[in-house]
Design a protein around this ligand. Structure first.
Ligand SMILES: *[C@@H]1O[C@H](CO)[C@@H](O)[C@H](O)[C@H]1NC(C)=O
Ligand SMILES: *[C@@H]1O[C@H](CO)[C@@H](O)[C@H](O)[C@H]1NC(C)=O
Ligand SMILES: *[C@@H]1O[C@H](CO)[C@@H](O)[C@H](O)[C@H]1NC(C)=O
Ligand SMILES: *[C@@H]1O[C@H](CO)[C@@H](O)[C@H](O)[C@H]1NC(C)=O
Ligand SMILES: *[C@@H]1O[C@H](CO)[C@@H](O)[C@H](O)[C@H]1NC(C)=O
Ligand SMILES: *[C@@H]1O[C@H](CO)[C@@H](O)[C@H](O)[C@H]1NC(C)=O
Ligand SMILES: *[C@@H]1O[C@H](CO)[C@@H](O)[C@H](O)[C@H]1NC(C)=O
Length: 922
């Protein structure tokens, strides 16, 4: 499938050209061509901004260029091959490379080269291989590549190329490999590509190409690999394509293609290995002949409009690894409707079987346990499956995902499920399962997600669930579970997503142990018979955003500690027997959007702050002793002075900069005054987000959406389904400390909400398709980049101007205000630990917000923080850690001598100095 034979030949050829003994080489008195080559290579070296591996250090005047690393010369001491792959080079490709007139092989792949490809490359008439894949190269593909007549391989995939594919590429009659995948190419595919009669590999996947697949493709008789997935190609597949009998790999996934796939495609393409037609609008039947292609490894048809039955013959496909026909209208009927599973038992390499979201009726055959021992994912959900779960399912020892939700499966959950030691996700929701939850489920120690919702499960929840130490989410709602909630369930500190036990018959009190659920985002215990007080220990569930305990028999007061849960967005305690006053602290929850306390026995005065200001968000009916009127309100003076210090900072700056600022001072004061009253109206509505959604939002984490990389991962721009622009920070869990940083960031931001802090929309904890742990933080997207970019002049206003004096001052105030909040107003003080201009970002309205809390410290236990060393980026270590003079001189020297940017660092230093970051960093 890969052009490896071609590459091998190329590499061998270049090795042969390397003189075996240096002393045999022609006299080193340099010919003029040699000088041109030397100059070209030195120019290339000069166009590199960084060379972390130091490979180019050997490229110096004092040595023979044929000995430079990565350089291969021909017998006339002219450069014939240049191999700079995988050196993490940054910079651009110098146009002088076009002077290496004897160059035959140019390998630039796997670097971070940017800029355009110089059109001078078109002058390399001997060029046979050009591989510049996996870089950040932009601009258009130079049309004059067509002059490189001997080109056999052109690989520019995984860059940021734009524009259309030049039709002149069709002149490269020797071209065997053309890879332009994963770019931003637009326009239609030129039909001249059909002239490339030597082509064996054509990859145009993951671009923005439109229009039809050219009929001329039918002339590419040598073609083995055709990948055009993830584009906007529309129309029918040209019938002549199905005559290319050499095709091995055919990938049309995720386009707007329609029409029927010919029934005899398998006879016409007898060498097929991969056949991917998923995410299109194909109609008709699954072509029966495909089940005769014994070489096939991967068949993917999901998300189309295919109907009819699964054709016979699956037993022929011994090499099958993946079979996915999910999300179609495939039918089967009768109890034997799933017998095709039996014929798949001969496919001993099967890893992935997906038949979900179809119209398949039948009983899961006992033979399911004889499927490949490598089976990793089994999707059976949303069909018309009935009968019991066969006990043999416990034999599928490699299974990581088993989803049977949304069927009519009855009987009990077989305890044999507990043998699936690799299982990460178990989905049994919305079926007719009865009996008890087997205690053996507790043996599934790898489980991260357990869905039992919507069945008729009874008895008590087994305490063995407390052994599921990897569990992120459990939903056992809408069953007939009874008894008390086992304490063990509350000791699962891994629970970071959802605990839903609502709509059962659970009774007894809420255990104190709930305080162990420090990471869970949503708890729903509504619709049970739980009683007793709501334990103040709930105040330790610091990640909580959604809390519902309505429709139970809870009594006593609402604990004040709920006000500690700064991330709360929704609270429902309605339909209980709660008494006493509404805690003032509820009014201080800046993020609260929904509060339902109706039908309790609450009394006293309704607080007037926060959520209580917005009557439509608060439900208090059915509490006859509550009083809202100002008549029964004792005047409270809750005025705080959070802005005091800001004003002082501003005054300092005024003092320092000049008297002209007086005018602006008035402006900033009014601005600052708004801070306390403004809460972000556009607060995110995405409590639980999936890997798939982020994958989609960032276009498969496409490099063109990459906005930055840091020590702990990469940040991508993305658009959620509702159009919200977000920045997705994907953690590189392999990097030491990434997980710690993730926790730090979550802790810091879950508890903190302020208009000058970057808003965390949500977090994603999931498994990626390789079943590896995936963690990402999703922030609101900041359209105007970082303060650093502005200070350094990398960003400018549309009229070309930099940050104005007012904007600098406002940014300083914004940052100071965020810091003041973090240190003083946040329930748990947070120290950012890495405050620097690159961590201050600007939104579309040029409001500065503090971001990147990867090193933040939540000052829960002060003693432990004192033993830590200094943290942060050199030059921006918090001034409390150093002496005042040192910190001032540091920030002064780093502020690039611009007197105006100086005002920012001064104000930051002064601000920090004033607060002395009381407790840490000594
Ligand atoms: C030039 O490169 C050679 C290796 O090719 C190295 O040994 C030598 O030290 C380099 N000279 C300078 C001045 O960098
Ligand atoms: C080499 O290439 C550069 C840039 O394309 C060009 O200006 C120069 O004239 C070329 N010729 C020589 C001999 O260097
Ligand atoms: C192109 O390749 C052919 C055959 O390998 C060779 O004879 C010819 O000299 C090459 N042309 C150029 C311009 O390198
Ligand atoms: C294709 O497979 C089916 C089912 O296994 C079989 O009946 C048929 O003979 C096969 N056709 C050919 C042409 O091999
Ligand atoms: C599996 O292969 C064997 C040997 O070719 C064959 O006899 C048997 O019928 C096949 N089983 C199924 C279920 O197709
Ligand atoms: C699985 O769980 C059951 C019930 O908790 C237990 O009796 C059994 O020993 C466990 N099996 C293994 C192999 O640990
Ligand atoms: C891709 O190209 C389109 C059309 O030229 C352009 O609108 C879009 O901004 C580009 N996207 C990226 C990420 O470069």
């Amino acid at each position: 499938m890969d052009p490896s034979p071609v590459l091998l030949v190329a590499v061998l050829a270049s090795l042969l050209l390397l003189p075996p003994f240096p002393f045999l080489r022609a006299d080193s008195s340099s010919s003029s061509g040699d000088v041109v080559d030397r100059e070209a290579l030195l120019s290339l070296k000069a166009s590199m901004k960084s060379d972390p591996s130091g490979t180019l250090a050997s490229w110096n005047e004092s040595s023979d260029l044929c000995r430079w690393s990565g350089v291969v010369c021909n017998s006339r001491s002219r450069v014939s091959a240049l191999d700079l792959r995988g050196l993490r080079l940054t910079g651009s490709v110098s146009p002088y490379v076009g002077n290496l007139s004897y160059l035959r092989f140019l390998y630039l792949q796997d670097n971070q080269l940017s800029g355009d490809l110089p059109h001078q490359l078109g002058g390399l008439l001997h060029l046979e291989v050009l591989n510049a894949s996996s870089n950040l190269i932009g601009g258009a593909i130079p049309a004059n590549f067509s002059r490189c007549f001997n080109l056999t391989t052109l690989d520019l995939s995984q860059n940021a190329l734009s524009g259309s594919i030049p039709s002149d590429l069709g002149l490269l009659s020797k071209l065997q490999v053309l890879k332009l995948g994963k770019n931003n190419l637009t326009g239609t595919i030129p039909s001249a590509i059909g002239n490339l009669s030597s082509l064996t590999t054509l990859n145009l996947a993951t671009n923005a190409l439109g229009g039809p697949i050219p009929g001329d493709f039918g002339r590419l008789h040598a073609l083995k690999v055709l990948q055009i997935a993830i584009n906007h190609l529309a129309g029918e597949v040209p019938p002549t394509l199905y005559n290319l009998s050499s095709l091995v790999f055919l990938d049309f996934a995720s386009n707007d293609l329609f029409g029927e796939i010919p029934g005899d495609v398998g006879y016409r393409l007898p060498n097929l290995v991969d056949f991917h037609f998923c995410f299109n609008q194909f109609t008709g039947l699954i072509p029966p002949s495909l089940h005769n292609v014994t070489s096939i490894q991967s068949l993917r048809f999901s998300h189309n409009f295919l109907h009819g039955p699964i054709p016979p013959g699956l037993g022929n496909l011994r090499n099958l690894v993946m079979y996915n026909i999910g999300f179609n209208q495939i039918v089967s009927s009768g109890a034997d409707g799933l017998q095709f599973i039996t014929s798949l038992t001969n496919s001993t390499r099967l890893e992935h079987l997906a038949i979900d979201e179809n119209l398949l009726e039948g009983v899961i055959p006992e033979s399911v346990g004889n499927l490949s021992s490598r089976l990793y994912k089994l999707y059976l959900g949303a069909n018309r499956i009935y009968g019991c779960i066969p006990a043999s399912i416990g034999q599928l020892s490699s299974l990581a995902l088993l989803n049977m939700s949304h069927n009519s499966i009855s009987g009990g959950i077989p305890p044999e499920v507990g043998q699936l030691r690799q299982l990460r996700m178990l989905g049994l929701a919305d079926n007719r399962l009865s009996g008890e939850i087997p205690a053996a489920i507790g043996n599934l120690t790898m489980l991260t997600e357990l869905q039992l919702r919507g069945n008729q499960l009874e008895g008590s929840i087994p305490s063995t669930l407390g052994q599921l130490q990897q569990l992120l989410s459990i939903d056992a709602s809408s069953n007939k579970l009874e008894g008390s909630i086992p304490r063990e369930l509350f000791t699962l500190s891994s629970l970071t997503s959802l605990l839903n036990l609502s709509k059962n018959s659970l009774s007894g009190p809420l255990p104190e142990d709930i305080s162990d659920l420090a990471n869970v985002v949503a708890i729903d215990l509504s619709g049970n018979m739980l009683s007793g007080n709501i334990t103040p220990a709930l105040g330790n569930c610091r990640s909580l955003q959604i809390l519902s305990m309505s429709n139970n028999s809870f009594s006593g007061p609402i604990p004040d500690a709920i006000g500690d849960l700064k991330g709360l967005r929704s609270i429902d305690l309605s339909l209980n027997q709660l008494s006493g006053p509404i805690p003032e602290s509820l009014g201080e929850l800046e993020g609260l959007e929904y509060l339902n306390l109706s039908y309790n026995h609450l009394e006293g005065v309704v607080p007037s702050d926060g959520v209580f200001r917005n009557l439509s968000s608060v439900h208090l009916e059915g509490n006859s002793k509550l009083c809202r009127s100002s008549a029964c309100m004792n005047t409270r003076n809750r005025a705080k002075l959070p802005l005091f210090s800001i004003v002082i900072v501003a005054a300092f700056i005024v003092f320092l900069v000049a008297s002209t600022i007086c005018v602006f001072f008035v402006k900033t004061r009014t601005r600052a005054a708004k801070i306390s009253t403004m809460t972000d109206s556009t607060r995110g509505q995405h409590p639980l987000i999936s890997y798939e959604e982020l994958h989609r939002a960032t276009e498969s984490f496409h490099p063109r959406n990459l906005v930055g990389t840091g020590s702990f991962g990469s940040v991508y721009k993305g658009v959620l389904r509702d159009g919200l622009q977000v920045a997705v920070k994907v953690l590189n869990l392999a990097a030491g400390g990434a997980l710690k940083s993730f926790v730090a960031e979550c802790d810091a931001l879950r508890n903190a909400r302020h208009r000058n802090l970057v808003k965390l929309v949500t977090v994603c904890l999931s498994l990626d398709p390789r079943n590896e742990e995936f963690r990402a933080l999703v922030y609101e997207f900041m359209g105007n980049g970082s303060l650093e970019e502005w200070i350094r002049g990398k960003r400018r206003h549309e009229d070309g101007s930099g940050l104005s004096l007012v904007e600098r001052l406002e940014a300083a105030i914004d940052v100071a205000s965020a810091l003041d909040y973090l240190h003083n107003d946040c329930e748990v003080p947070v120290v950012h630990c890495d405050l620097k201009p690159s961590n201050v970002v600007l939104d579309a309205a040029m409001t500065a917000k503090v971001g990147d809390f990867g090193l933040a410290k939540v000052l829960v236990d002060v003693e432990s923080t004192t033993t830590h060393g200094l943290k942060g980026s050199i030059g921006y270590i918090p001034p409390g850690a150093l002496s005042l003079s040192l910190s001032l001189s540091l920030s002064l020297s780093l502020s690039l001598s611009l007197s105006l940017s100086l005002s920012l660092s001064l104000s930051l230093s002064l601000y920090c100095k004033m607060h002395r970051l009381r407790d840490s960093f000594t």
